[in-house]
Design a protein around this ligand. Structure first.
Ligand SMILES: Nc1ncnc2c1ncn2[C@@H]1O[C@H](COP(=O)(O)OP(=O)(O)OP(=O)(O)O)[C@@H](O)[C@H]1O
Ligand SMILES: [Mg+2]
Length: 446
């Protein structure tokens, strides 16, 4: 990009001047406004690559400006400048679509990194790369299409993303795709399983340490934050973070700085934070097992990786893809699945989601006769029993999901008994045809 152009909006002349000087030194042209009205005038006349705006302005709130720019025909990355400690405002702005925040007093290293990130973003073509995501994250159900389009959207932000979902449902795959679609894709993607590091080593693992800072620290060591510099840090099983480290992580996110164990100097960091867990973090917050303030900061944008049973229409495509992959790695010819086998898979409960589907197919590949995989070869665990109310555990599943599950089981059972004749099934259940059709559609059973 030649001569990037930035709009700076702040009512404090000192801040405007500091930002302007720093950006000009980076060969970035700037124009300044002191309030929303004059900013809008400049936005009408010029085309900017980036906007840096204060939140409390004399004639209104910076949040309104975010809306205004996003609705305009010249959208651009917007970073908000917030008063020290007002992380809540930064989070609200990022939820609205601001791509990052800068807190006062402005740290110049952090500012330069932010500008570089923003310019990479402006230089990235706006056209989405949905086709690429489509090859890796399979499924044509509405749920999967929504996830793919959300991945493309959030890849353009720096805001922390929290990915929830059952085990094996694709959380890590989603995290990798967010990184690959983002302007950070040429820097590292570092994934860390927070449950797998001993608590006493965790701080050093995250932030690094200085030689001699504890027994065994024979050299300086870089932590994961530094290893992920410029890229993405994925905290998997974030629910397993010990409380002591949660406090330190909170600081690192807020200040964009870390301090290695035994070190005296803070180091500024430039990472995108993604996190995931299959546990119910909300419930853990309520029980005091996870800090609410940290939950709020890592969960600026949340994505839900839906369980496989809620998108049964994706199962045939996924099964075929996984079979092809397995057959290739076993140097086997790719088998086909019989109709009954596909039917069986579409009605299986899949507590272990896509990973379980993969395991089932791998086992079947070893057993089948060399042509077609039959239902029996799949050896599906029996799961056709209706869930029972006394088994309901709110910390594992919301009431809504649980009731949906029961409805789905009941409808599948009735459909099967009536040989998939919807008119008969509706009669059998005492529903109108339209009401049955509506429910099937809602549950992804059509
Ligand atoms: N939509 C999908 N298309 C293709 N492959 C998928 C899809 N979803 C998941 N997978 C594959 O299923 C496996 C499990 O996915 P992943 O490891 O991302 O799940 P997870 O939610 O992180 O699981 P866990 O909670 O156990 O860590 C991986 O091999 C992944 O590539
Ligand atoms: Mg995982």
């Amino acid at each position: 990009m030649n001569n990037p152009f930035t709009l700076i909006i702040d009512d404090e002349p000192d801040i405007r001047e500091l930002l302007e000087i720093t950006l000009n030194r980076m060969n970035i042209q700037t124009l300044c406004a002191e309030d929303i009205t004059s900013a809008k005038k400049l936005l009408e006349k010029h085309s900017f690559d980036l906007c840096l705006t204060d939140m409390k302005l004399p004639d209104g709130n910076g949040l309104d400006l975010i809306d205004y720019i996003q609705k305009s025909n010249k959208p651009m990355p917007i970073a908000v400048i917030t008063a020290h400690g007002s992380m809540d405002i930064a989070i609200t702005a990022m939820k609205k679509g601001a791509f990052d925040f800068l807190s006062k007093p402005v740290d110049l290293t952090v500012l330069r990194q932010l500008i570089n990130n923003a310019l990479k973003l402006s230089a990235q073509p706006q056209t989405t790369k949905e086709r690429r995501t489509r090859h890796l994250l399979l499924g044509e159900s509405q749920l999967m299409r929504d996830i793919r389009s959300n991945i493309d959207k959030v890849a353009r932000s720096q805001a922390p993303v929290y990915i929830s979902g059952e085990s094996g449902s694709g959380k890590e795959l989603i995290a990798k795709l967010i990184h690959q679609q983002s302007p950070r894709n040429e820097s590292p993607f570092i994934a860390i399983n927070c449950g797998a590091i001993p608590a006493e080593l965790m701080e050093s693992e995250f932030f690094g340490h200085k030689k001699g800072s504890f027994t065994g620290a024979t050299t300086d060591k870089q932590g994961l934050f530094q290893a992920a510099e410029g890229g993405t840090l994925f905290l998997d099983e974030v629910a397993d973070l010990p409380l002591a480290l949660q406090v330190k992580l909170l600081r690192a996110i807020q200040e964009k700085k870390i301090r290695p164990v035994g070190g005296h100097q803070e180091i500024s960091t430039n990472i995108r934070l993604l996190s995931a867990t299959h546990k119910d973090l909300n419930a853990m917050v309520e029980r005091g097992e996870f800090r609410q303030d940290l939950y709020y900061r890592i969960n600026v944008i949340d994505l839900v990786s839906p369980p496989l049973r809620n998108r049964a229409s994706d199962i045939p495509e996924l099964a075929e893809h996984l079979l092809a992959k397995l057959a290739t790695s076993n140097v086997q010819q790719q088998p086909t699945l019989s109709k009954e086998a596909i039917h069986g898979l579409k009605h299986y409960h899949f507590p272990g989601n896509v990973r379980e589907l993969e395991n089932i197919l791998e086992r079947a590949l070893a057993l089948y006769d060399g042509k077609t995989i039959e239902l029996d070869d799949l050896n599906l665990p029996c799961s056709t029993e209706l869930p029972k109310a006394e088994e309901f555990n709110p910390s594992e599943m919301s009431l809504e999901d649980y009731l949906e599950e029961i409805e789905k089981e009941a409808l599948s059972k009735a459909l099967e008994e009536n040989r998939w004749n919807k008119t008969e099934t509706a009669k059998h259940l005492g529903l109108t045809f339209r009401s049955l059709r509506y429910r099937l559609k809602k549950l992804g059973l059509d």
